[in-house]
Design a protein. Structure first.
Length: 317
């Protein structure tokens, strides 16, 4: 019998523990209260590793009179099932809505544990997941092995096309933005003034750029700064009780990154050299700075070279 690539990868998870160790422990899911009826699960402030099971994204739990809401669902069906149990025990209410902020698998592969009818995302996110999700899933199987057992790509069943949703009097503004990816959902809980920003915001952890458009990202930061919010939950890093530091720090990194890579291209540095450039001391508080700089060089450098170093053809004749 011939196996396709996905079947082969799924079958390999049984052998992967021989190479990386079995995922015998459960995920550590520890919701911390941050506002009235609102909890944050702080993901590991590090790259995706077998040791952390890919649980690096922040997750939000919201209690409403109508039921429990989740913002993002983690990297695997195993995480999603555990998240549901923890959230429903915490609130005493069933999960009735799961929002997916963007396409990246540390935020969205866990939706496989939920009925697609309650999972909501922007139309652009659904399209991106449909296009790229299988590749992301394959990459996580290779990286995380046994943690991914039983996980398959699932798509959100609800398209977000309204500006807000009300759950028994608890109203969430749904903000369609972009920049970290082609479609980034941010949410504003009107009761508490808490901004749930997905990966548009990072705090004390270097921003990642695998699908980034830095210009659009900075426009989205401008939009977030104008919101009447009192606190912010970034996609990665600690809770921001004032709601302003994450915006400022994310912008500072993106501005520095853009200027640094442009100067590197114009100076004739190759990608290896650009990845070893010094990082300013003000970013020392941030985790994964060198790792994310080198990833950003891989993500952004070719397009910058095409923009800043246009091809020069010899004259004809």
């Amino acid at each position: 019998m011939m196996l396709n690539r996905r079947q082969a990868l799924a079958g390999m998870t049984g052998a992967l523990p021989l190479l990386t160790g079995a995922a015998t422990d459960d995920y550590h899911i520890d919701p911390q209260p941050i506002a009235d009826g609102l909890w944050m699960i702080h993901g590991a402030d590090e790259p995706m590793l077998f040791a952390n099971g890919g649980a690096i994204a922040n997750i939000t739990i919201i209690a409403t009179p109508a039921g429990t809401l989740l913002v993002d669902a983690g990297p695997s069906i195993r995480y999603g099932h555990m998240l549901r149990k923890v959230a429903e025990t915490l609130t005493g209410q069933p999960v009735i809505r799961v929002y997916v902020t963007h396409l990246h698998p540390d935020h969205g592969m866990g939706i496989a544990a939920f009925d697609p009818a309650i999972v909501a995302a922007l139309p652009g996110t659904i399209a991106d997941m449909e296009r790229d999700g299988r590749g992301f899933s394959d990459a996580l199987y290779r990286l995380l092995g046994d943690w991914m057992r039983g996980t398959d790509l699932a798509l959100p069943g609800r398209r977000i096309d309204q500006p807000a949703e009300d759950f028994g009097g608890r109203r969430l503004q749904l903000l369609p933005l972009a920049g970290h990816s082609n479609a980034d959902l941010a949410l504003l809980d009107e009761r508490t003034g808490t901004l749930i920003a997905g990966d548009l915001l990072f705090l004390d952890r270097a921003p990642s750029t695998p699908t980034a458009n830095l210009g659009r990202w900075r426009e989205s930061l401008d939009a977030l700064a104008k919101l009447p919010h009192k606190a912010a939950i970034p996609g990665h890093g600690p809770f921001d009780p004032a709601g302003t530091r994450a915006i400022a720090q994310t912008r500072d990194w993106l501005d520095w990154l853009d200027a640094t890579l442009r100067t590197a291209v114009q100076s004739g540095l190759d990608m290896v050299e650009a990845g070893t450039l010094p990082i300013p001391d003000r970013f020392a508080i941030m985790a994964a700075t060198r790792y994310e700089l080198q990833r950003s060089v891989a993500h952004l450098y070719p397009a910058l070279e095409a923009e800043l170093l246009p091809r020069v053809d010899l004259p004809e004749g």
